[in-house]
Write a protein that binds this ligand. Structure first.
Ligand code: MIC
Ligand code: SF4
Length: 644
């Protein structure tokens, strides 16, 4: 039986397990990436594991998230990461060099290899035919040390692209269409593999836009084959030698198939506050726009920026619109500066930002109260822009630029003929912001600033686990709810005790105080709990507050792994209706918790007693022996240390 491309790459990297969907497998990781907002914690954990030097083919530490330096905190963390990178054999991408995913696909990604990144949008590099997966910092730290990455073998979904995009319709519209059809839960436990005659007409940056936003489907990753177009991109990056053709076998068998006729797509829009609230632009009706942000790791490539510049050329941004543009990498910015496109943007009235995440993660450019903000980002979760009352819509760069000119949500097709934008034969190559590590024999001092505080480490699981239901939240709670991120909080990513005071506050401002007063307890949640970011802080902050278990209708993949890695039980209600039987402050008890967790390996279920109602609740948590050991030990760090 033929294999899918993802199955082939997994097979070639398989260390343990059998490749049956739903079973735990371990794969060898060739490359890792970290960024600064998750990286500080990942490197603190890496240091705590005590490995002398990275054992991957390539590890890169990017600085791209926390680039606003309004105090010493971010700059100190950057310095810490730079010294760690130098010492442990990691390449360091300085602030200003660009957003990790954009730079990685330009300069480092290799078809057929595996990449693990401490950022949920790591699958961007799937656009080049790489198996690229987002994970929590601790998993990345283990992979840096040469340890395998454990994951649940996903089901294979084929997304068959036919036809060709019409003018003005863009890769963003393709992935918005996938989100419209499948929802933010549609990719959970799955790998999305793109096939079909339609892919030949998509450039690598366009493919990367699609694989990037596969994260919003909850997918383990998304991948395109590596073909002649991939080779052209790599050659233009001066890296043709790493190219190899990779594709699924012609008789590959997929678990599910979805077909999209590209020629039928029209401009789409994701409405506030979820990337799957997708509708055709024409259905939104008249919408006055206050802010337009073009950039983020989704749509900040050279091609995206050139299209934007062509639309803006010779025109003026609407007087009531603030247009901000963040090219994704310094390579892109440099090329725009060289060919005059940057000048067109500036002349039109755009505010040019440095090549970094910026507005996407609320690092500056928060819109005004009640503003409508159109963004080319991948996420429009509630409050993420830094302005709780803002309404963020996700759109293509073409829609964004056209709307910035008119001041209302605009179908770019009204602008006439689409500007011809060509992929360059040669990208401008200058890697002087990527710093090589020191040779192994050189002594390097790691510098820790005063912002770095000890992070919580769980204790081994005892015979009894009890606590009150400290909060009850609905479906699709994101990690932006659990551990909000914005310009004020991001500087504290290496200070978990500080962050814990903001944990789940968008859902209930009293939660941290209540948790402290009760000395910890449990969280009750709906479906897809913890979707979105890979931030381990969404497990560490609850741990700091004494949370030992989360009872939910279902969990998002990375967050569930982060909870287990930190010794917090992620329990799924066997009967979804049991969610309704627990009230806030009900007393919950897991009797013989250690025994029950040990039995999860064979039985897969455990009983939680609602003491207040005297009602037993059956929860499922199918565990491998490895995961059970982790939960019993109080987390992966304790297991790793024990093994020393
Ligand atoms: C995000 O897009 O939410 C982030 C910020 O890039 C996160 C990482 C983080 O929380 O630091 C992600 O996607 O993993
Ligand atoms: Fe950065 Fe936004 Fe991409 Fe996250 S989604 S990596 S914050 S640009």
């Amino acid at each position: 039986m033929g294999q899918t491309l993802a199955q082939k790459i997994i097979q070639a990297h398989l260390v343990e397990g059998d490749m049956t969907p739903g079973k735990e497998i371990a794969i060898r990781i060739d490359q890792t990436l970290t960024q600064d907002s998750t990286g500080t914690m990942a490197y603190l954990q890496f240091e705590a594991i005590g490995i002398p030097r990275v054992r991957t083919e390539l590890s890169v530490a990017y600085i791209d998230h926390n680039t606003l330096q309004t105090g010493f905190e971010n700059a100190d963390d950057h310095h810490y990461i730079q010294t760690v990178a130098k010492k442990y054999g990691i390449r360091f991408s300085k602030p200003g060099n660009g957003v990790c995913h954009q730079v990685h696909i330009e300069r480092f990604a290799v078809p057929g290899k595996t990449l693990l990144g401490s950022d949920s949008h790591t699958p961007t590099c799937g656009g080049i035919g790489m198996l690229a997966i987002g994970a929590g910092g601790l998993d990345v730290a283990v992979a840096m040390g040469g340890g395998a990455y454990w994951l649940t073998m996903p089901r294979m979904v084929q997304i068959n692209l036919t036809g060709k995009l019409r003018p003005w319709i863009s890769a963003k519209d393709i992935i918005l269409e996938v989100l419209r059809r499948l929802s933010v839960k549609g990719g959970v436990g799955r790998i999305m593999e793109y096939t079909g005659e339609g892919i030949a007409s998509l450039t690598v940056p366009e493919r990367a836009t699609i694989t990037n936003m596969g994260a919003e489907l909850g997918a383990t990753t998304s991948i395109f084959p590596s073909d002649a177009e991939t080779r052209r991109f790599l050659a233009a990056q001066g890296r043709e030698e790493v190219w190899q053709a990779c594709a699924a076998d012609s008789d590959a068998v997929y678990d599910e198939t979805l077909t999209i006729d590209l020629s039928e797509l029209e401009p789409l829009v994701a409405k506030p506050h979820s990337p799957d609230l997708v509708v055709p632009l024409r259905e939104v009706g008249p919408l006055k726009v206050d802010q337009v942000a073009i950039g983020s790791c989704t749509n900040s490539s050279y091609m995206d920026m050139m299209k934007t510049a062509a639309i803006l050329r010779g025109r003026t941004v609407h007087p009531e619109v603030s247009l901000v543009i963040a090219p994704g990498s310094r390579q892109v910015l440099n090329m725009l500066a060289g060919n005059g496109a940057l000048s067109d943007m500036i002349a039109a009235g755009a505010r040019i930002l440095e090549s970094a995440c910026g507005p996407c993660i609320g690092m500056g450019q928060s819109p005004r109260s009640n503003a409508v903000s159109l963004r080319t980002n991948n996420r429009n979760f509630y409050g993420r822009s830094g302005t709780a009352s803002a309404q963020v819509y996700l759109v293509s760069p073409e829609v964004a630029a056209a709307s910035a000119l008119s001041g209302v949500l605009t179908d770019p097709r009204v602008l006439g003929e689409a500007p011809p934008v060509q992929m360059p034969d040669h990208f401008f190559i200058n890697d002087n912001l990527i710093i090589d590590p020191a040779p192994p024999e050189e002594k390097v001092e790691v510098v820790r600033g005063p912002n770095i505080k000890p992070f919580p480490v769980n204790r081994p699981l005892g015979a009894e686990l009890s606590g009150k239901a400290l909060i009850k939240v609905e479906d699709n709670i994101t990690t932006d709810h659990i551990m909000p991120s914005n310009a004020k909080l991001l500087p504290y990513r290496s200070n978990v005790p500080y962050l814990a005071d903001y944990c789940l506050t968008p859902c209930d401002p009293e939660f941290p105080a209540r948790a402290k007063q009760e000395g910890g307890g449990m969280i009750i949640a709906g479906a897809n709990y913890g979707q979105g970011s890979s931030r381990e802080h969404a497990a560490l902050a609850p741990l700091q507050l004494g949370i030992r278990a989360v009872l939910a209708k279902s969990f998002a993949r990375i967050h569930m792994a982060n909870l287990i890695n930190n010794g917090i039980l992620p329990l799924t209600f066997m009967q979804a209706e049991d969610y309704d039987t627990i009230d806030l402050m009900d007393e919950l008890l897991i009797e013989q918790a250690d025994e029950q967790v040990r039995n999860l390996v064979s039985q897969g279920t455990l009983t939680v007693l609602n003491k207040t109602r005297n009602k037993p609740i059956t929860c499922s948590l199918p565990l491998s022996p490895r995961q059970a050991e982790m939960l019993l030990a109080g987390g992966l760090l304790n297991v790793t240390r024990k093994g020393e």
